[in-house]
Write a protein that binds this ligand. Structure first.
Ligand SMILES: [Zn+2]
Length: 67
């Protein structure tokens, strides 16, 4: 028996959070999985469409602005 480990999008590590980032350059929504340790930091995401680098503040994405 060969155990082939195919990667699927449904198989996400529980320690990662799927976030949606909007690219302002090519107007595309990117789905990125961010480790929970980086959820409260600013991470850099490279757009797969226009290869621009986006600085995304994960805290701004996850938490609504509570004043
Ligand atoms: Zn883009």
């Amino acid at each position: 028996m060969s155990s082939s480990s195919a990667f699927s999008l449904d198989h996400l590590s529980p320690s990662e959070q799927l976030c949606y980032v909007h690219c302002n350059f090519c107007d595309t929504v990117l789905a990125v999985s961010v480790p929970c340790s980086s959820l409260f930091k600013t991470v850099t995401v490279r757009c797969g469409h226009c290869t621009n680098l986006l600085s995304v503040n994960m805290r701004g994405l996850l938490l609504p602005t509570c004043s």
